[in-house]
Design a protein around this ligand. Structure first.
Ligand code: NAD
Length: 312
């Protein structure tokens, strides 16, 4: 199949593109490089540098696309407050432009990278897709709006929106200290040994390893059963920040941390009810957090050493 992967220079988009190419698909990759890196883009992908929020750019994309995998977007809740209009345009306007492209060119399906940020404050229980959504950040509001646009056009362009929880693993941007809880902590731990934690250690999240995310997205490409659905993409496991610290300390014994004020729009705690994911895609074999953290830390250590050597 010919797949359009947006956000191909970013963390998740580049990994999905890599796997799609390995499976023998043709990949057209799009990114504006506002956050992603050229070096992340798999060599065999056909890369087009463009900003999807500018509708006149969309003409540069080949028209014979089978499936769109839309991962491009400003990806941080915290950063979304710096310039909410830019966030809306990078996330939601881009999605609308792609929906129009998909309809005009009879694309079979669009898969969308939504987020657990749509939920906002919720009770301490596995959160299902039926829960009311009250986003707390401009980012979450934009993701929810994108989902709604996808629902409006679902009869012309079938969709699947994955509400991804905290994705982590090799390939994540260690230099961005405002996006990705695990990558931020790991980056501080490896460079300075002290992690300034923004918010309480009793907060909780659902951490999912990148390889599991890639597998689910690839399964959804092939599955015709999963159409016009919003699906949680987490492990269903609740992990407190304290527990994450304890596990990181086993890997990096000399790390310490300080507790600081929350970032705006931060959810206190959220983890996924994954019944729908299991029923529809049969996926339940998740990488344990301890294993995922270890392989991420090994990768990060090598990467930091390489950067130090390059500078020297
Ligand atoms: N990482 C997570 O834990 C997580 C969780 C839930 C949802 N998501 C969503 O998944 C997607 C991928 O996340 P990621 O962690 O790989 O983020 P990332 O920042 O590494 O990748 C996003 C990519 O999109 C590109 N981009 C941004 N705006 C664009 C535009 N208008 N046109 C073209 N390219 C543009 C950036 O340059 C970047 O390479 C994002 O939409 C993010 O919001 C991520």
């Amino acid at each position: 199949m010919k797949l359009l992967v947006t956000g191909v220079a970013g963390f998740i988009g580049s990994k999905i593109a890599e796997e799609a190419l390995r499976e023998g698909h043709q990949v057209i990759g799009v990114d504006d490089l506002s956050q992603g890196q050229l070096e992340n883009i798999p060599a065999k992908a056909q890369f087009i540098q463009l900003d999807l929020s500018q509708s006149n750019n969309i003409d540069q994309i080949p028209k014979d696309i089978d499936i769109i995998l839309h991962l491009a977007g400003q990806s941080s809740g915290e950063i979304s407050f710096d310039d909410p209009i830019l966030d809306l345009s990078k996330n939601t306007v881009s999605t609308l432009n792609l929906i129009r492209f998909g309809i005009e060119n009879r694309v079979r399906k669009i898969l969308y990278a939504s987020s657990m940020s749509v939920y906002g404050h919720v009770d301490d229980k596995p959160i299902s897709e039926h829960e009311d959504c009250h986003p707390l950040s401009c980012y979450g509001a934009g993701k929810l709006a994108s989902e709604n646009y996808l629902k409006i056009y679902q009869h012309e362009l079938p969709f699947v929106a994955f509400r991804m929880f905290n994705v982590y693993g090799p390939g994540q941007d260690l230099s961005n200290l405002r996006q990705g809880m695990v990558s931020i902590y790991l980056s501080y731990a490896l460079k300075n040994h002290t992690i300034p934690i923004k918010g309480s250690l009793t907060r909780f999240r659902d951490f999912i390893y990148i390889d599991d995310v890639v597998k689910v997205w690839m399964q959804a490409i092939h599955s015709s059963a999963v159409t016009n659905r919003i699906l949680n993409l987490g492990t269903g496991e609740k992990t407190t920040v304290q527990n994450l610290m304890d596990q990181l300390k086993e890997i990096i014994p000399n790390l310490s941390w300080t507790e600081n004020e929350n970032t705006p729009g931060d959810q206190f705690g959220v983890y996924a009810d994954i019944s729908s994911l299991k029923n529809l895609l049969g996926f339940s074999n998740f990488t344990p957090l301890s294993t995922g953290l270890r392989s991420f830390a090994e990768w990060a250590q090598k990467r930091i050493q390489k950067k130090v050597l390059q500078k020297g």
